[in-house]
Ligand binder design. Sequence first.
Ligand SMILES: [Zn+2]
Ligand SMILES: [Zn+2]
Length: 643
Amino acid sequence: MGLAPQFECWDCEPVALPPRSRLYSLPPIGIGSMFVESLTGYVSRLADAHAVSVGNLVGRELLLVSSKPRLPFGPFVPRDGTTKSHGFRGRACSANGWGERARRWAGALERATHQTNLRFLTLLPFEDVFSRGGLFRSIRSWCPACYEDWRCAGTIVYEPLLWTIRSATVCLRHGCPLEEVCPYCHETMSPLGAYTRPGYCSKCLLWLGHSGEPKPVDQFDKQARTHTEIWRTKAVAELLAASPQLNVSGVALKANLRACIEYVAEGNVLAFAEVVQLSRHGLNYLTNGKGLPELGTLLQICHQADTTLATFLTSLPVVDVGTWDRLKQTLQTSRKDCRVPLARSREQVRAAMREALHEQPPPSLSEIARRLDYKGVEGLRDVDKTLSKQLAANYRKSGRTHWWRNPGATRISEQADIQAMLEQSLSEKNPRPLYQLAVDLGYVNEGYIQNKFPELCSAIRQKIRKNNEARISTMEHALRNALNHEPPPSLDELRKRLGYSCSTVLKNHFPLLYEEVMTRRRLHRRQKILELTNALQAALSDVPAPSLVSFCKTLNTPEHILEKLCPRECASIRARYRHARADTSVRRKEQLQQEVRQIIQNMQGDGTYPTIKQVRSLLSQRSNWADVSTVVARVRKELRAIT
Ligand SMILES: [Zn+2]
Ligand SMILES: [Zn+2]
């Protein structure tokens, strides 16, 4: 009789374990939302989760799993012989951008954590779409109210990608400006330092959050931040939120921009630049094919067109022309009183004329001139005499010329209507020229109106002449006034004040005064550069050495302007500040070492073992754990060697 089985059968086959990640597999925060985490923020959060410094995490762990383990992340720092330094000394925001570096960071982190979508914590989806110039801030920035809210709510404290982008200057939750200087140590910090912790200063290690007054989004306008700044921040945030779904390409962006300029300003880049309030240089890449658009430029265009960035990045050209209507209207309004026709290339005009050759019924030359924004047909003749002649001949052949002379033809306009129009025009402050009035009524020129209403016509002409005289005298007055001002206004400012689209009009009427203002401006610029240079040179002997950022604030001059006017002095100030910082750090370490040595000797004298915690509590100044532990280890070794 066999024994009944007493135990169930066990399956002793080893269970296939899923692969384990080297580091905690922390899920990234907010992918697909406006407040998606940044890759540098993710690194600091990962280090925090492992209770190690960012330096140790990056230098000792992440480097080993990177695609090039011998190439350090960030600026090269030689490891000193006494301590086994991790070799990581902070990193700028480029880890959040694109290119080889961002890919290396994201790749190493994905290998170490087994997360698969860390590229969405960077701008890798926008590679070859925007220019890198001025995209990221070089220093860390944050919203203290957001930090405080997260801490109070017990949620994860992190660093959104939005805060690293220069065009985003406002917190969209609290409406406050983003901060860049620690309120305790008054220092700025790099976006990813060796001791960065989410929510804490990486220099003095103190909590950066404090509660602000949370304000609803619709009250933004009433606060100090301008509407534009909020609009721009929001546009960038929306782009970040859409990045996982967007399939963007630089080619589509350029094609969209060209189509937009074609639709809005008939391909006239200069007129377009003016309507979106940009300099022509900002759009140069469209004409010379070199470089990429800056995010700031695109934001400015989108702001003027009141559309999202995604419109330019994804929609097909021409499909969305309705979106650009606002810009077109602005252009038309701004050019309503403009005397100069929309500047265009001769080739464009010629193409329009060639197209008109095949139109049926053939249009008259003056009709084509009107379509192209010319006052008369002379402009067209000037561009191409032969084409003009052909067009005129076609029109004559069609038998539509002088149709009003045919028996029984209807009048172009009733005399009463003409009179009413002339009287209306005369009563206006700025009457329109007779030629334009005649064309509006359907006449080829003002000859007929002049014959019928000579008095009214001469009154209108006289009024226009007087207005012109007044306009020219205002111009002269403005130029003379400008000479009495210190500093004299720029010519661009002057022409805007007077309502001209171009300052050449001032030059044409008053060449001498124009030259004088130009000379004064040049002198003013030279004087300003001299003053700034002197101030910067004086600052080179200031103790302690000021940083360029703090110095710009005292001079009340933006950093980029100072940099442009006095590049050499700015470089010297920067270098001196860097050296002073390095010196202070060395001195501080020496002092720390002396103090630690004294404390350890005292403790050993008392028969107590000097632990890092005890030594740290006895220090006269607060120092971070990593520094103290390095020094304690070094002093212990020294003292052991002596005994
Ligand atoms: Zn906030
Ligand atoms: Zn601080």
